[in-house]
Design a protein around this ligand. Structure first.
Ligand code: FCB
Length: 457
């Protein structure tokens, strides 16, 4: 198996201004739960049976005490950017006032990143809603959207011009659908009506925060991060094609179309009134606030067939290879989805804000050799390149994740890092995929510097 990451010499991804980064999220790495308020994920973790290994995020990767070492590690990998999220519960007290100690933690982090010339991509909400807000209804309560706007306001004023890019939300589909409809993520509600209600309030929160960011951080790239699993029909039959289209609208376009066209997709009309989102006059215009970019997270595709009782039926992943999550490795899905959305919408510039794979990693003699993850990264970068060559305006790519971390309902059982974390010793060990990513980036930088010199002559 190949040990290096390579792209064709003419690839748009090799241009100097194409950004490569690594990504993490607050609850998954920070630990230091004592210095912040409880979040819905703390409550969820404390509920028996919710997390596969019974673990929680109290310690995680102890990033709050290891952040300086972690940033040195990131720097050593030669990345252009670091995407991380701010924990709302660490920076705002329950009475709405600022927790200065929490804010200072992020300000120090931002200052160090800027000192290292690593562009900070800040996500304001990566699922860790403060529990006191959930106690007031969480994302079912419209008021939470306004609370989010206030939080975004305080944070973006405090961060000043330190931030290269803001994302309001990470994957509202997961917060709304997995958290309020399917019940497999915090806060664990199971109701179709709740799913749409939460989604609408999340989208509203996004739009309100965009207004604030435009004011407080006009130089930053302000946008949102969505996750997509493109939907493929199981057969060529008209019924299966229709089922896959409806699934695509239900899971993917439900989040994208309001942002870009200020309306929910047509599948809305197929849902009973009780499941329609609680749209108030003016909401869709707020939600449709102009985006500087859209972040796209991609892991796998899904296959659908027609169902006698539901709009569609999802099929199990069965085609090899599968990752340790049981997700099909399907790089073509990323190219297809980028081209499809590019044709269908007036897309803003795109950043691939997450892409990566959980694999069964073994630490042997102090080393982790992970050729399958390396192959995954290589094939997906090639897929991004294919889309870029066909005209999609892709400007960056972030590997998920910098390091192994708390993988939500899977606890610590799944490892997504290009850096291995030994949770006993909290030692970080770069995996062979991490070294390949580093070598690729160092070589790209060298060639870029070479090109610049040649241009100067
Ligand atoms: C995404 C999440 C991220 C991580 C990856 C594997 O849905 O944004 O936090 O868990 O999946």
């Amino acid at each position: 198996m190949n040990k290096a990451i390579t792209l064709p010499a003419t690839s748009p991804l090799l241009k100097n201004d194409f950004i490569f980064g690594v990504a993490t999220a607050s609850f998954q790495i920070e630990g230091a739960a004592d210095s912040r308020l409880d979040t819905i994920w703390d409550t969820f973790c404390a509920t028996p049976g919710k997390i596969r290994d019974g673990s929680d995020g109290k310690t995680a990767c102890e990033h709050v005490s290891h952040w300086e070492e972690d940033l040195r590690l990131i720097r050593s990998m030669g990345v252009d950017a670091y995407r991380f999220s701010v924990s709302w519960a660490r920076v705002i007290h329950a009475d709405g006032s600022v927790n200065q100690q929490g804010l200072d933690f992020y300000i120090a982090l931002l200052d160090r990143l800027n000192e290292y010339a690593i562009k900070p991509f800040v996500t304001l909400y990566h699922w860790d809603l403060p529990q006191y807000l959930e106690d007031q209804g969480g994302w079912l309560n419209r008021e939470t959207a306004y609370k989010f706007r206030d939080y975004a306001d305080r944070v973006s004023r405090a961060f000043g011009d330190r931030v290269h890019s803001y994302a309001t939300l990470n994957e509202p589909f997961c917060s709304a659908y997995l958290g309020y409809e399917a019940g497999i993520h915090a806060p664990g509600h199971k109701s179709r009506a709740y799913g749409k209600q939460a989604a609408h309030h999340l989208l509203l929160a996004h739009g309100l925060a965009m207004e604030v960011l435009e004011r407080n951080a006009p130089e930053a790239l302000n946008g949102i991060v969505l996750n997509f699993s493109p939907c493929y029909p199981e057969s060529d039959s008209a019924e299966d094609i229709e089922a896959a289209n409806m699934a695509d609208e239900y899971f993917n376009h439900w989040y994208l179309q309001p942002l870009l066209e200020q309306r929910y997709p047509d599948v809305l009309e197929k849902l009973p009134r009780s499941e329609h989102p609680p749209v108030m006059p003016g909401d869709m215009a707020i939600i449709g606030h102009k985006l500087d970019y859209i972040g796209i997270n991609y892991y796998t595709r899904e296959r659908y067939q027609a169902s006698a009782s539901e709009l569609f039926e999802k099929l199990e992943h069965e085609q090899q290879p599968l990752t340790d999550m049981g997700w099909e490795v399907f790089p073509q899905g990323l190219t297809d989805l980028l081209l499809d959305y590019h044709q269908r919408y007036l897309l803003p510039p795109v950043y691939i804000t997450e892409n990566g794979a959980a694999m069964v990693d073994k630490l042997v003699d102090g080393k982790v050799d992970d050729p399958e993850r390396l192959a995954y990264l290589q094939s997906h970068l090639q897929a991004v390149d294919d889309a870029a060559m066909q005209g999609v305006d892709v400007r960056g790519y972030f590997a998920w994740s910098l390091m192994d971390n708390f993988e939500w309902a899977e606890g610590y059982l799944k490892r997504f890092g290009i850096v291995y974390v030994d949770y006993e010793s909290q030692q970080r060990i770069i995996k062979s995929s991490g070294y390949a990513y580093r070598d690729f980036l160092l070589q790209k930088a060298e060639q870029g510097a070479g090109k610049q010199q040649a241009g100067a002559r």
